[in-house]
Write a protein that binds this ligand. Sequence first.
Ligand code: ATP
Ligand code: MG
Length: 579
Amino acid sequence: MKQSLILIPTKKEAPSDAEVLSHQMMARAGYIYQVAAGVWAYLPLAYRVIRKIENIIRDEMDKAGATEMMMPGILPADLWKESGRYESYGANLFKLKDRRDRDFILGPTHEETFTVLLRDSLKSYKKLPLVVYQLQDKYRDEDRPRFGVLRGKEFEMFDAYSFSADQAGLDAAYDKQAVAFRNIFDRIGLDYKVILADSGTMGGKNSQEFSAPAAIGEDTIVYTDGDYAANLEKATSKFTGQQQHAEPAELKKEATPGAHTVDEAAESLGLPSDQVLKAMFFMAAPKDEEAPKQPVMVLMRGNDEVNETKVQNFLDCQALDLATEEEAEQYLGAHPGSLGPVGVGEEVKILADDYVKVLVNMACGANDDGHHYVNANCDRDFRVDAFGDFRQVKEGELAPDGLPIKFTKGIEIGHIFKLGTHYSKQLGAQVLDENGRLVDMIMGSYGIGVTRLLSAVAEQQADENGLVWPDSIAPFDVHVIPVNAKNADQMKVASAVTTALEEAGLEVLLDDRKERAGVKFADSDLIGLPLRVTVGKKASEGIVEVKIRKTGETIEVKEAELVNTVQILLKNNLQPTAE
Ligand code: ATP
Ligand code: MG
């Protein structure tokens, strides 16, 4: 393919709002163009990368027995009203009206749409398990679209949905998808981790995230050198608390003027902060919308953080919000900064982290502004309704596999869920099972951020000169560059090697532009194809140079041996073989 025919608007400078390397380089290399904040055009080179990723996905889905289809992006609001998500999905949902004033949405994900399709298509278990998928643009009115195509308001997603009549069918479909996801990310050539995740508002129980470690990642990955990896919401550590043995001393109220934080209280009382209780006060909204909100106090050691997801899962509530100043005043008679469990009535549920159980003579807020108690002891001075693991893990603690916990940042690239019967119940998707009984179909959902993958790969592999694509998804395999466009010999050899490479089944970009050599080389580094073939002075002797973009290594090759050399380099994942 001649470069003069393709739109590749390379630039010397990145746009001023491009904060991260992947965005800067994709914009400079002429891959992406911003149409509006979070809304992107994928130019020919980027689109070729996307096509390659799609084809890897299609290939692995074929192997996993999943079939492709296409749903509309514009969906009737009624469908989402029926599932309850028209309200609960929040501000990310794009809502619109048609000319007859009927409500529609732009699909941010397609659980509902597939559920009603299967509901209306199947009557019996015989066709199950079944897995369907699509490669489609999704719409989410993200509050902070950023980092180029990493978080867009419109983005391409692979989304698959499995339907089965029993749990075993779901487990099998989920396991197959998990294998396919690993194969896909392995083939793309990306560094990633498979992590335990919380299934959040999707209404299921089991879920795993696939995350690409990168400094700009928005998620904290908790992992060990063994097999353990989880996201921060889900991560647990081994309980290693030791019972304190001091004699319980007399409960005393002390003035702690101006102390609002645990550290300020600890300093004012002359205690270590892990001897001061942190009391977080929440209002839990029950799943039953009619029921009143439940006030909940959660106690931790002062230097621990509450993991709200764990609290919410324990309470099995719809939502958990920090109480307002007014609510704290109403139930506890004081303001955040001076709250604690002593004297709190039964109407407030008190949960405490396991580590609180082993403390003796703790300090805690006295529910009297500017005052704390010292020598508070559990049971004697305050009630705890339930102990549990309610804290966020920390680096260095022991993971469930017994190894020390490490943290790193990651970009979420995929997510698989066991949804269960949440949507089939809401939308009445049932089939007759083997015994002729009506059962809810059991579902799984599986998603990959296709366009986000471009950012993840670029973030991991680009360098200061530009993009560096793994050969499996590079827009072309080889960039052929005649050094001097005015030199007829060079142009002839460049054209001949392009033809030879193309005839061998390789994808070649021939820089036939009348630009200076420096410009062509700089653009070539920016564009980041795996191999560059430079046709220069030695062309007349039948010698060209091959440069490996990833390592910068160069090799002189006889024109006649070029195809073979290029094939070997690509096959060996760009490692020159020892001669
Ligand atoms: P995030 O927490 O990053 O917002 P999510 O949990 O909302 O992601 P899912 O609903 O699981 O994402 O969507 C499946 C995949 O789609 C994600 O794993 C991610 O790779 C991708 N994705 C989600 N939101 C966006 C977005 N705004 N732009 C680009 N890709 C996205
Ligand atoms: Mg999201």
